[in-house]
Ligand binder design. Structure first.
Ligand code: NAD
Length: 292
């Protein structure tokens, strides 16, 4: 079993580190929050006092941090200097493509191997070990990363070179944000035209308008499978996180000279929904605003 340094034990990282410990790995865990450290101890990890301590002697480093600036600071400030040269660095945070590539290049300049491995799936998937990982890095680094990531997820997919994991993640979530809004609009239109929502679901989920937002994550309560809509839009994937991913996608599109009018509109609508105090609600709750 491997020795793993894990940094960032929040909503997602806490459950992920626990699954690595449950799989028999020796997990030395660090977070700025005392509460997160004490939860990590209860789940079988060894809490330590700094990122440097977490990665000293590690074979793998896993990070699950809020944004690019935290990833840059943690690797550049401590990890690069404290980790053994043969360790593999795995960043699972969702961050901008440019920072993922820059931190990967800085690791390579120090002779260190690194992959970006953002996840699809929320807190329940992190706790249950059923995340999907999208990995950017070399073939050899991917093969090594897979042995650790498989203990935290149900699927580990090689997306391409360093940064490709983040590109896959934000392009996917831009599609998700746009199809959710389109699904909400279609239900609201169908209702105003006199259609019963369940009847429209039965038709559209088997017709060409079908999408994951329609069939697996229907934004209307009482229609389709059980979703956050049936729970007052609590839990699920928070609007604030959807907005974060849409901003990353639109920013990356601008850097790559890609035209994303639907993504930009989805971002503006989610920004308005968050500004109205709804950042903590599941992202499908935007149907409330669109129906006003
Ligand atoms: P979170 O805020 O709950 O956890 C982040 C943790 O990082 C916190 O515990 C914080 O104390 C810690 N941290 C920040 N700076 C640190 C530092 N310098 N050293 C050590 N620890 C530090 O966030 P989360 O919901 O766990 O999300 C983590 C990442 O996963 C984000 O990039 C997010 O976009 C992504 N993500 C989240 C979800 C979700 O449903 N929550 C789903 C997919 C991806």
């Amino acid at each position: 079993m491997a020795r793993i340094g894990f940094i960032g034990l929040g909503n997602m990282g806490g459950g992920m580190a626990a699954n690595l410990a449950k799989a028999g790995h020796e997990v030395r865990a660090f977070d700025l929050s005392e509460d997160a450290l004490s939860k990590a101890r209860q789940s079988g990890c060894t809490p330590v006092g700094s990122a440097s301590e977490a990665v000293a002697g590690a074979e793998f480093v896993v990070t699950m941090l809020p944004a690019g600036k935290h990833v840059d600071a943690v690797y550049g400030g401590e990890v690069f200097d404290a980790v053994p040269k043969d360790a593999l660095l795995i960043d699972c945070s969702t961050i901008d493509v440019a920072t993922a590539k820059a931190v990967g290049a800085a690791a390579a300049a120090k002779g260190l191997a690194m992959v970006d491995a953002p996840v699809s799936g929320g807190i329940a998937a992190a706790n249950g070990g059923t995340l999907t990982f999208m990995v950017g890095g070399s073939d050899a680094d991917f093969a090594r990363a897979e042995t650790v990531l498989a203990k935290m997820g149900k699927a580990v997919i090689h997306a391409g070179a360093i940064g490709a994991g983040q590109a896959a993640k934000i392009a996917n979530n831009m599609l998700l944000g746009a199809t959710m809004i389109a699904t909400c609009e279609a239900f609201l239109l169908a209702k105003k035209l006199g259609l019963d929502p369940q009847t429209f679901f039965d038709i559209s989920s088997k017709a060409s308008g079908q999408s994951w937002s329609m069939t697996s994550y229907c934004p209307l309560p009482g229609v389709g499978p059980q979703t956050p809509a049936d729970n007052g839009y609590q839990g699920g994937f928070a609007t604030a996180l959807m907005l974060k991913d849409l901003k990353l996608a639109v920013e990356a599109a601008s850097g790559a000279n890609a035209s994303v009018p639907m993504g930009a509109n989805a971002m503006a609508l989610y920004q308005a929904f968050q500004n109205a105090g709804n950042g903590g609600l599941d992202f499908s709750a935007i149907i409330r605003m669109l129906g006003e």
